[in-house]
Ligand binder design. Structure first.
Ligand code: NI
Length: 222
């Protein structure tokens, strides 16, 4: 796993993969890496990179989108997450955009997209821009599948939640995400991840309810 020690390692890896990472993207990765490094949570940076990768994957199939705006929205989407930072009005995101001479109009569009992506700040409001829709999909994809399961229990552990409370989160939120994707590509990507969630829940139920190898239940687990 990338440990943040060498920014160019990521750039090289991504270029090989054909992501065509440009300078501003590279700068943004460096910026959020430093931003999250000071945070006890520590998962923010990894999550941000995964969302960025998902977003660029979706962007490939959305020719109308502004790829630079997608990349910056993805990389900055949690830069002012209120669970992690005490900032207002996208202060961290705006500081980066200003420092890198992004025109104000473009910066406003990116910040509006960032605001529309956040689940906590914006329950169920549809992003107004295609770039916002793509990054919202990318963020939601990272909440389901194997990585979604890992994140749910990591978060639960950190916050002293019971197994049952973490499981409830699957029913309250995660299992609903598949039907809330904006783009066709994300809908397809979500199908596999959703099936994996269901398979996991079924297996967990079988194991915790004392299921037998032949599928019968004794109700008396050893
Ligand atoms: Ni996020």
């Amino acid at each position: 796993m990338y440990d943040g020690s060498d920014r160019s390692a990521i750039a090289g890896e991504e270029r090989k993969d054909g992501w065509g990472m440009d300078r501003i993207t590279e700068e943004a990765i460096g910026y959020v890496r430093e931003l999250f490094a000071g945070n006890a949570d520590g998962h923010g940076f990894d999550h941000t990179l995964r969302v960025w990768r998902n977003a660029m994957l979706i962007a490939e199939t959305e020719p109308e989108c502004d790829r630079e705006a997608v990349a910056l929205t993805a990389l900055l989407h949690d830069a002012d997450d209120h669970k992690l930072f005490h900032t207002e009005n996208d202060e961290n995101a705006r500081a980066f955009l200003k420092e890198n001479l992004i025109p104000e109009e473009q910066a406003d569009r990116i910040c509006e997209a960032i605001d529309s992506v956040s689940f906590s700040r914006n329950r169920d409001r549809l992003p107004q821009t295609l770039e916002g829709k793509i990054v919202q999909d990318a963020d939601r994809l990272d909440a389901i599948g194997a990585v979604g399961i890992a994140r749910t229990f990591a978060y639960g552990g950190e916050h002293g939640r019971s197994l049952e409370a973490s499981l409830q989160h699957f029913y309250d939120k995660l299992l609903l995400l598949k039907d809330r994707m904006n783009t066709e590509t994300a809908k397809q990507l979500a199908e596999d991840r959703h099936r994996f969630l269901e398979a996991f829940l079924k297996e967990l139920k079988d194991e915790t309810e004392g299921g037998q190898p032949d599928g019968t239940h004794t109700g008396d687990p050893v």
